[in-house]
Ligand binder design. Sequence first.
Ligand SMILES: Nc1ncnc2c1ncn2[C@@H]1O[C@H](COP(=O)(O)OP(=O)(O)OP(=O)(O)O)[C@@H](O)[C@H]1O
Ligand SMILES: [Mg+2]
Length: 284
Amino acid sequence: MPKQHVSISVTELKKSYKNKEVLKNVSFSVPGGTIYALLGTNGAGKTTIVKILSTLLKPDGGSASIHGFDVVSQEREVRKLISLTGQFTAVDDVLTGRENLHLIGQLIRLPDVKRKTGEWLSFFDLEDAADRKVSTYSGGMRRRLDIAMSLMVHPQVLFLDEPTTGLDPQNRIAMWDFVKNLAKNGTTVFLTTQYLEEAESLADNVGILHKGEILAEGTPQYLKEILPKRGARLHFQNEENAAKAMELLSEHGILVDGMEPNLPSLEDVFLTLIDGNEEDNRHV
Ligand SMILES: Nc1ncnc2c1ncn2[C@@H]1O[C@H](COP(=O)(O)OP(=O)(O)OP(=O)(O)O)[C@@H](O)[C@H]1O
Ligand SMILES: [Mg+2]
């Protein structure tokens, strides 16, 4: 599949719950075989967008399509192309990992389901736990099983709602590698996240969602240019060194123990963007 066809297209999407406006006017598009990260804090509207795109919820206004199929009027076609791993896992606690996968395989009439179940278990490093009830799994193991289940259908477009929330750093990085690999093989990946760093490291394009509106959108490189400048934090070996450094920054003998990037928080990002928008408005 050529990389640059439009896989997901969203135009002026609106959604309210009762009289609470949750999505105000959301538009973006995602080229095929790329990773799009929707970045936003709790309640920004991320899951609402994922639900609309995966045909689970109807929008009040605007439109959205997957490979040209409208998510409302052509939901059957859309469902053949997509798969969703929701924010809260859909795995069945009383079944084992193997049984969960096997069941999905049977539901979608996957040929050779027994062998494929074994392959997925091994791919997601769940072989040892395969015959244990899922109720005994850790958060990371559940997440991996959940994603394995949504991949059994070989989706062309995969939705991952906060795939790494609750994962430890090692599992988070493993998940990033995995997602990058999927996209390399042509799958379009649409994911949501609350982590700026995750969006920047993983996505080809990032949309920053705040209170139901996309405040900024672009490549991580572009966002780095418009977002608040990041400093660096130095770790000194001891307080004495730190004190010296405070006094005379350019003196000799200051032992730096380490350096880590000091990322702006999501709040800093919003403040910058909102400030910028207000300035723009003032100049109109
Ligand atoms: N069924 C519903 N009825 C009423 N309000 C809802 C419903 N679902 C979501 N909301 C509200 O809509 C807003 C957006 O919710 P949504 O779940 O899309 O946010 P989110 O960005 O996914 O947040 P989180 O990071 O916590 O998962 C929130 O204020 C939420 O309380
Ligand atoms: Mg959510």
